[in-house]
Design a protein around this ligand. Structure first.
Ligand code: UGA
Length: 449
């Protein structure tokens, strides 16, 4: 079994490497020469726990290789996965499919014998049919090509594990033969009895968007409930726990925070609303989610300003975490990219730390003082804001942090600390969906401890 993986972004690189781990020969293709040269030397362009070791292992075994030559990689492959980017179009937020279509054309021109062409990129409903058409127009006369949709559900920061132990595999195709090839590709998971949903391409494409949009909705829902908790003195963590214990609701993705970010939810929710409009099936719930999440990131900046007494001019504010979530260096659509510039606009001086994402963040954030040690953001600070729940921040010596601060003010947007403990340490502590506490707020504390 031989595969070609077109596109070595997050999904392509993780999937290609994990398929090699399954025992399949995989050639990863990308047009970016520098990236491919780096990968050949074992340099991984992203921070993803476990990936570098796995790439090195599979390259050493001779099962994984990298090239810029798409035709070479595709020739003789049993299946070709298209995992190129589908960024939002600037004018309307619709997924830009030009990279997918360009790849499909090149694959069709190069494929020989029988090949399954699989769209793994997140693509709007109808894309597999369009790919089918492009392939029919460009393929060699003696080659036979079937098209399938096979969306990916891995999370950044947990990508290898998610790929190796998925909740389900979705395959959308009209071809029995293509299903057989993909069953073989996923053989170890198939034998593990991982549920497989075999369906049509259209259904498969919608499954991917529906999954991401549902999760984004869940987060946005609990964020709005958190606002209500703040307004009424209730505790959102208790609400989330209690509703999550209902099996119909489930406990996951109910952590209130500064709004979702990353390379998927913002892009995919927007694309789904666009598809809904075009297909005259408006996705009004998701439209509301997109709007609410956009507003939330802005509101979080206002919250910091309010916690600082309504004016941050000349204040020194320390920021812990700029990545959109832990275990990644990704800052795409991260709350930090909205909150930090807003605080700077209001005259605050920002000192920031992130274990992995500083380099990426520096491309977007200007005039930030970057420090290598999380405690350094607190030195003489008027406030410290926790934006990402890195494990490293969960285990901070808070006494040491507070002792070096100018004003003991902590804004914890990931609810990683306990209000009662923070009060005892002398903090004015603001978190999400839980009552604000100050050292002299005895009564409020008893409510939330
Ligand atoms: C998401 C999905 O979880 C994956 O299943 C999917 O494959 C992927 O998108 C994709 O389409 O490629 P990812 O963007 O890596 O994965 O990150 P998540 O762990 O889902 O987190 C997304 C955002 O939601 C983060 O900003 C996170 O902080 C936020 N979040 C998550 C919350 O605010 N609360 C929660 O309870 C959970």
């Amino acid at each position: 079994m031989r595969l070609a993986m077109v596109g070595t972004g997050y999904v392509g690189l993780v999937s290609g490497t994990c398929f090699a781990e399954f025992g399949v020969d995989v050639v990863c293709v990308d047009t970016n020469v520098e990236k491919i040269e780096a990968l050949k030397k074992g340099k991984i362009p992203i921070f993803e726990p476990g990936l570098e070791d796995l790439v090195a292992k599979q390259v050493a075994r001779g099962r994984l290789s990298f090239t810029t030559n798409l035709a070479e990689a595709v020739k003789g492959a049993d299946a070709v996965f298209i995992a190129v980017g589908t960024p939002p179009r600037k004018e309307d937020g619709h997924a830009d499919l030009s990279f997918v279509y360009a790849a499909a054309k090149q694959v069709a021109e190069a494929a020989e014998g029988y090949t399954v062409v699989v769209t793994k990129s997140t693509v709007p409903v109808g894309t597999a049919r369009a790919v089918e058409k492009i392939i029919a127009e460009n393929k060699k006369s003696d080659s036979v090509i079937d098209v399938a949709s096979n969306p990916e559900f891995l999370r950044e920061g947990a990508a290898v594990n998610d790929f190796m132990r998925p909740d389900r595999i979705v395959i959308g195709t009209d071809s029995e033969r293509a299903v057989e090839v993909l069953r073989e590709v996923y053989r170890p998971l198939y034998l593990n009895e991982t549920p497989m949903v075999i369906t049509t391409p259209e259904t498969s494409e919608i499954i991917k968007y529906a999954a991401n949009a549902f999760l984004a909705t869940k987060i946005t829902f609990i964020n709005e409930i958190a606002n209500l908790c703040e307004a009424s003195g209730a505790n959102v963590q208790h609400v989330a726990k209690a509703i999550g214990l209902d099996g119909r609701i489930g406990s996951k993705f109910l952590h209130a925070g500064p709004g979702y970010g990353g390379s998927c939810f913002p892009k995919d929710t927007l694309a789904l609303t666009q598809t809904g409009q075009v297909m005259k099936a408006p996705q009004t719930i998701v439209e509301a989610v997109v709007k609410a999440n956009h507003n939330r990131q802005q509101q979080m900046a206002e919250r910091v300003i309010a916690a600082c007494g309504g004016d941050v001019k000349g204040m020194k504010i320390g920021v812990l975490g700029v990545a959109f979530k832990p275990n990644t260096d990704d800052v795409r659509d991260a709350p930090s990219l909205v909150i930090i510039p807003e605080l700077q606009k209001e005259g605050a001086e920002i000192f920031a730390h992130d274990p992995e994402a500083q380099e990426e963040a520096e491309k977007h954030l200007k005039n930030v003082h970057w420090v290598k040690d999380p405690y350094a953001v607190a030195k003489d600070a008027d406030a410290v804001v926790i934006l990402t729940e890195w494990n490293e921040y969960r285990a901070l010596d808070m006494k040491r942090l507070s002792d070096s601060m100018g004003v003991k003010r902590l804004i914890d947007m990931r609810n990683i600390y306990k209000p009662a403990v923070m009060r005892e340490l002398g903090f004015h502590y603001v978190s999400i969906g839980r009552p604000e506490v100050t050292p002299d707020s005895e009564v409020k504390i008893r409510k939330v401890s």
